[in-house]
Design a protein around this ligand. Structure first.
Ligand SMILES: Nc1ncnc2c1ncn2[C@@H]1O[C@H](COP(=O)(O)OP(=O)(O)OP(=O)(O)O)[C@@H](O)[C@H]1O
Ligand SMILES: [Mg+2]
Length: 411
């Protein structure tokens, strides 16, 4: 293991570990990229190395995939041969101790953990766990001197972790807050561009590390600057050609509309352009929808040869099949990622001036302008979806956006 260097905030956290200042529950919270995971791994490794060999330890993330990416891979780098893991076996070895690995969202995780008696646990992105699972995990930490280490970003103030744990000043809970400016290891340029990617409530949460509620408009940075005339769009695209473009498809039942939305990306996935939309509230028949889809795709393909795929609402597999045979284009099911992931993506694009929607897409423009948070739900960030706003256009657009998170954002 190389000898690491630490920020002042990290040294303060390490001092607590060394002088016995830790508690049963130790939560490192705060802004993105603030150095929480890095120092929590060091603390966890050091603590496990000095804990009994014959006891059980657990590490959990929202899924095993995120646990691997956020924590296990950095641990391999930091601890070298003192740490090894196998995702298929769901087990790791850390300084000679056996560590079980779990994904909190995995089916069966709860049953598995229920049967354990634990000496120590590490939770990555704790706010993404269910409250019941966390409560059960705590009840399994029954050994003498048992400890839990967790990292999390802030969420809404009504979130269970904030209301039922952090706000309660429990004698057995230690909370350590980190902000972006506590991390001196990031290049200045990177910090500047990261700060420019967030606005409003998301800036307060992800940059300042505050637990604040999402209120009012969902896309409060959206303005006329994002709307672009057909001529201006053509001009921009002649300078910066699209490298790919895809269509998102959402179709409605009784009260909703059928929407196709064509979205393009330029080199390096720098900018996102909404090129055109089809919006139909009539919902006459499946046949008319299929023929409208075939017509739209043919037209768009002719206009933009970059068109490479369509991603459809997966609720109606029969329709997806019919779409598939009606066009010569790859037609796939949409990923349907969590709505707040999609919202975050669009807000980051808007805040950094990378999102452009053609003035010829009035339905999507109106949908983005009028989307609001549901203020009755104080426990979660919930986009209002009660039929009063146009969610169909947002869904179709998001199906064409959601799969490019990795390409669009550096972290
Ligand atoms: N002491 C350190 N020495 C070297 N690099 C560090 C140190 N602390 C943090 N870093 C680096 O800073 C970056 C952000 O740190 P880290 O991943 O711990 O942040 P985080 O608070 O967990 O962020 P997120 O909320 O986004 O998960 C990482 O690339 C990490 O390697
Ligand atoms: Mg982290």
């Amino acid at each position: 293991m190389n000898k690491p260097d630490f920020s002042p905030k990290q040294r303060w956290a390490l001092a607590l570990l060394k002088n016995g200042g830790l508690k049963r529950i130790n939560i490192l919270q705060g802004s993105v990229r603030s150095g929480k995971t890095y120092i929590s791994i060091i603390m966890w490794g050091f603590w496990v190395a000095h804990s009994p060999k014959d006891k059980a330890y657990l590490m959990a993330g929202k899924t095993l995939t995120t646990l691997k990416r956020n924590v296990l891979e950095p641990m391999s780098q930091l601890f070298g041969s003192c740490f090894s893991y196998s995702i298929t076996k769901k087990e790791a070895q850390l300084f000679g101790r056996r560590v079980y690995l779990e994904g909190a969202a995995n089916v069966g995780a709860e049953g598995k953990i229920r049967g354990m008696t634990l000496q120590g646990a590490y939770c990555d992105e704790l706010s993404l766990f269910g409250e019941d699972l966390f409560a059960m995990l705590l009840s399994r930490l029954s050994e003498d001197g048992a400890r839990l280490f967790a990292t999390t970003n802030p969420d809404t103030p009504g979130h269970w972790l904030k209301r039922n744990y952090l706000d309660r000043e429990l004698p057995e809970l230690l909370s350590m807050k980190f902000t972006l400016d506590d991390n001196p290891y990031l290049p200045e340029e990177y910090v500047k561009s990261l700060k420019s990617e967030f606005s409003g409530v998301f800036y307060d949460r992800f940059i300042l590390g505050m637990w604040v509620a999402a209120e009012g408009r969902v896309y409060d940075g959206f303005s006329d600057r994002c709307i672009i005339s057909a001529e201006h769009l053509a001009e921009r695209l002649s300078e910066n050609r699209l490298i790919t473009s895809v269509v998102g498809v959402d179709y409605g039942g009784n009260r909703s509309a059928s929407v196709f939305c064509h979205v393009g990306y330029d080199a390096g996935f720098r900018n996102v352009y909404v090129l055109s939309e089809h919006y139909d509230k009539r919902n006459r028949s499946a046949e008319s929808l299929i023929s409208a889809f075939a017509g739209y795709i043919a037209h768009e393909k002719e206009m933009r040869p970059t068109l490479s795929a369509a991603y459809c609402d997966s609720a109606e597999q029969l329709l997806v099949k019919s779409f598939r045979s009606a066009v010569r284009l790859e037609v796939k099911n949409a990923l349907k990622r969590p709505i707040n992931t999609r919202i975050n993506m669009l807000n980051r694009l808007i805040a950094s001036g990378r999102f452009f929607v053609s003035a010829e897409c009035p339905h999507l423009i109106e949908a983005i302008r009028s989307a609001v948070w549901d203020e009755r739900d104080i426990h979660h960030d919930t986009r209002l979806d009660n039929g009063s706003t146009n969610i169909d256009s947002l869904d179709a657009f998001e199906y064409a956006l959601e799969r490019y998170e990795k390409q669009l954002f550096r972290f």
